[in-house]
Design a protein around this ligand. Structure first.
Ligand SMILES: Cc1cc2nc3c(=O)[nH]c(=O)nc-3n(C[C@H](O)[C@H](O)[C@H](O)COP(=O)(O)OP(=O)(O)OC[C@H]3O[C@@H](n4cnc5c(N)ncnc54)[C@H](O)[C@@H]3O)c2cc1C
Ligand SMILES: NC(=O)c1ccc[n+]([C@@H]2O[C@H](COP(=O)([O-])OP(=O)(O)OC[C@H]3O[C@@H](n4cnc5c(N)ncnc54)[C@H](OP(=O)(O)O)[C@@H]3O)[C@@H](O)[C@H]2O)c1
Length: 450
């Protein structure tokens, strides 16, 4: 048992919000234990950011490793916290944690509830993104992506999936199905530069003509949308392969149709734009048509995992509408709407607080601010004597291999050696078994076992 008094905090999740939130608390002098589902830290910075963004990913990894060097910070990976997890929130309280910061991201799937969602060939972007970023168990899943695919949505995730379909799958046709118009797309010019060379310009002009009356009906200059899509052209990356990338604007999915459980068509409905509450909304016209596709991928954002065990509010965990410790006017306090009361010792940050919102830098700031709210709450309590041995004993009792900071260092060293041996920019084990076995062997005994 540690004999120094300190505030004792559990952080659940080691994505950017959890890691930077934990670092902030550890820098204040709290003892922080991070519990992470994945073996490796990083969350979507490791398993979401596109795999070929080596420099960016390496930059994030360095920052995460640096954060973990804080001696006030303990890391346990390869275990889940939650109502049906390896540890429950009640277990954490019983271990003496005075506050719990929940930064588990948005792990649930936002299905729309359309007929045919269970057909082979219909997926959610997160699963595919985890797959190509080698996150177990998604890394081992089979995806039937076919020759033609429709991606629902117009955010940066849609573009990541389009890039994957163009560059890796080498699809014949990649169709972005966008419920509003070209003026409302949500992706950035920088991301569009990666795939715009494959954009079918004739199809784009035809589509702009098709939707012109709907744009004019809400007094929207079509140049707004044209710029949003085409401003990436001057910095377009070279064309790869022959994939034809095109947009279907003002189009919503209605149902997926299949034969023998396999997707063959996507039925869509044309929309018009309606001005409402200062925004433009899509409204169906009743005119339906079908697209011949073998894959439909929903890139419409994610929601939190409802089974975690905290009250939810739409796609994220509910937060106290009258926060006791607001930071920059934002509430980071978990809340029970039924009891109309905060859950006093539990705080939420990052994508767990606001699902699918923003870049790594935004999550970092949100986690840091959440931990400032935690710190203010802790000032209402007396420091305790953190019982790290009891936590360690609990880890041993889980009957599975729990991963520590030192283990992560070993894994990093082995994966770096493997990358060098194979002449790759980066190497990642794709299963937990391989990662755990590599950790067991250690870098000194590692001889390229797999
Ligand atoms: C496809 C995609 C690409 C992206 N590309 C970029 C990009 O190029 N640049 C950029 O800046 N941003 C990018 N982002 C955004 C960025 O990844 C997020 O803003 C950020 O990762 C969110 O951080 P977070 O810590 O809130 O959640 P996450 O990163 O999701 O981290 C959640 C952590 O919680 C853990 N966890 C989950 N459930 C449990 C549980 N029950 N118990 C214990 N641990 C749990 C997970 O293992 C994970 O480590 C991308 C996002 C996506 C989806
Ligand atoms: N390279 C990068 O920097 C990068 C890469 C990936 C992700 N990210 C970040 O991660 C965050 C999440 O990205 P995201 O693309 O998932 O979210 P997003 O930017 O919010 O885009 C979601 C898209 O899905 C559409 N949509 C939502 N619900 C729908 C429905 N029921 N039917 C049809 N369409 C629907 C939205 O349309 P409406 O606008 O009409 O609602 C929107 O076009 C963003 O902050 C993004 O910038 C960054």
């Amino acid at each position: 048992m540690s004999d120094t008094n300190a505030y004792f905090v559990a952080v659940i999740g080691a994505g950017p919000s959890g890691l930077f939130g934990a670092r902030e608390l550890a820098n204040q002098g709290a003892h922080v234990v991070i519990f992470n589902r994945d073996i490796k830290p990083g969350g979507l910075a490791e398993y979401g950011v596109y795999p070929d963004k080596h420099k960016m990913k390496e930059g994030f990894r360095k920052q995460f490793k640096q954060a973990l060097t804080n001696p006030n910070l303990t890391y346990y990976g390869n275990l889940t916290v939650g109502a049906a997890g390896d540890l429950t929130l009640a277990d954490l309280r019983a271990l003496g944690f005075q506050a719990i910061l929940v930064t588990v991201g948005a792990q649930g799937t936002k299905w729309v509830g359309l007929p045919g969602e269970d057909l082979v060939g219909v997926y959610h972007a997160k699963d595919l993104v985890y797959h190509y970023n080698k996150l177990p168990p998604f890394s081992q899943e089979k995806f039937r992506l076919g020759k033609r695919c429709a991606i629902i949505g117009a955010g940066n995730v849609m573009l990541d999936i389009a890039y994957f379909m163009i560059h890796e799958v080498k699809s014949e046709e990649v169709i972005a199905v966008v419920r509003r118009g070209p003026g409302e797309v949500n992706f950035t010019k920088e991301e569009m530069t990666r795939s715009i060379a494959n954009l079918d310009m004739d199809a784009f002009e035809t589509e702009m003509k098709r939707v012109l009356p709907a744009l004019q009906a809400v007094n929207q200059n079509p140049e707004v949308g044209r710029h949003k899509v085409l401003d990436a052209l001057p910095k377009a990356e070279p064309k790869t392969g022959n994939s034809r990338f095109r947009f279907e604007f003002l189009t919503s999915p209605i149902q997926m149709l299949g034969e023998n459980s396999w997707l063959t068509k996507l039925e869509v409905e044309d929309n018009i734009l309606i001005a409402k509450d200062g925004d433009l909304k899509a409204r169906g016209t009743g005119h339906k048509r079908t697209l011949d596709v073998e894959a439909v991928i929903f890139a419409i954002g994610d929601k939190i995992d409802d089974s975690f065990g905290l009250p939810t509010n739409s796609s994220a965990f509910a937060t106290n509408p009258s926060p006791r410790f607001p930071i920059e006017g934002i509430s980071y306090e978990a809340y029970n709407p039924q009891a109309d009361a905060p859950v006093p010792d539990i705080f939420v940050g990052g994508w767990a607080r606001k699902a699918s919102q923003g870049l790594v830098g935004v999550a970092r700031k949100d986690g840091t601010n959440a931990s400032k709210a935690v710190w203010q709450y802790l000032q209402t309590l007396q420091p305790t004597v953190p019982n790290l041995e009891a936590v360690n004993e609990k880890m041993k009792s889980l009957g599975k291999q729990i991963v520590t900071k030192e283990d992560i260092q070993k894994l990093d060293a082995i994966e770096a050696a493997e990358a060098q041996r194979r002449g790759l920019e980066e190497f990642k084990f794709a299963t937990n078994e391989e990662m755990l076995q590599a950790i067991e062997m250690g870098p000194e005994n590692w001889i390229g076992f797999f």
